[in-house]
Design a protein. Structure first.
Length: 252
């Protein structure tokens, strides 16, 4: 069930036993004219996916969700919603586990970490259909288990809080989204959102490696610019990076 604040704000929930992916279910709802503010949750997925089309393992017991938003903002501002969603995930995980930064941290651009191990991931997609601009935010959270075949360390919420459950996490996440989205929607709202994200940022001030299309790029992670792009101090000077996969230390 969604949280009380989410229900009061008009958000709705549909739950499926198994789907190919919640992102596709949300897109189907959009095609059928759904007005948005819709959470789609599945108990399992047969074709879950992450960024760049990567598969996302989906065993039962974890949270697989997508949030459909219709006309949430100007198209140019839509990428900022990834930071809003990241903060909502951090808030929800903190409430469920009792953890806080820096143990619970956000990795640019789209992961939630516990002790530097991936616990949740985000996928944000925007599209225009029939004159409506829509954003779908996929959020997958390891609650009861973690995958064993990942190229990076992974963790799950029950390691930190054995009482954690999909139900308590979803209620906390849906309410946290309402609060964070409302704050972001205020004039100049990305400034406080950016500051809050940086307070929870993993690897800030550390040497990291970004895997870019042209090859790996290493440097010291110094912050985010006013658009949310990553600021990197490299041996060749400052760099601003729009998108990439972030690693810490040597290239993965």
């Amino acid at each position: 069930m969604l949280g009380e604040a989410a229900r009061a704000a008009g958000y709705r929930l549909i739950v499926r036993d198994e789907v190919a992916s919640t992102m596709e279910e949300a897109r189907r709802a959009l095609d059928q004219g759904d007005p948005g503010q819709l959470w789609v949750v599945a108990r399992s997925q047969s074709a879950g996916r992450g960024r760049h089309g990567r598969s996302w393992g989906s065993p039962p017991g974890n949270l697989y969700s997508s949030l459909l938003l219709v006309q949430p903002c100007e198209m140019a501002l839509a990428p900022q919603l990834g930071f809003v969603a990241g903060l909502a995930l951090h808030d929800a995980a903190a409430k469920v586990t009792g953890l806080s930064a820096p143990q619970l941290a956000l990795k640019w651009p789209n992961d939630l970490l516990i002790d530097r191990a991936k616990t949740a991931g985000l996928l944000l997609e925007g599209e225009s259909r029939a004159g409506r601009f829509a954003v779908t935010i996929g959020m997958g959270v390891n609650v009861a288990s973690r995958p064993d075949d990942t190229p990076y360390p992974a963790s799950f919420l029950k390691q930190a809080a054995p009482s954690a459950s999909i139900e308590t996490l979803l209620a906390a996440l849906s309410d946290a989204w309402v609060a964070r989205f409302s704050a972001w929607s205020l004039p100049g709202g990305f400034g406080p959102t950016r500051a809050a994200w940086l307070e929870r940022a993993a690897f800030l001030g550390e040497t990291i490696t970004l895997r870019l299309a042209e090859g790996p790029l290493s440097g010291r992670f110094t912050g985010l610019d006013t658009s949310g792009r990553l600021e990197l101090e490299t041996a060749a000077g400052p760099r601003i990076v729009d998108a990439g996969d972030l690693y810490f230390g040597a290239p993965a």
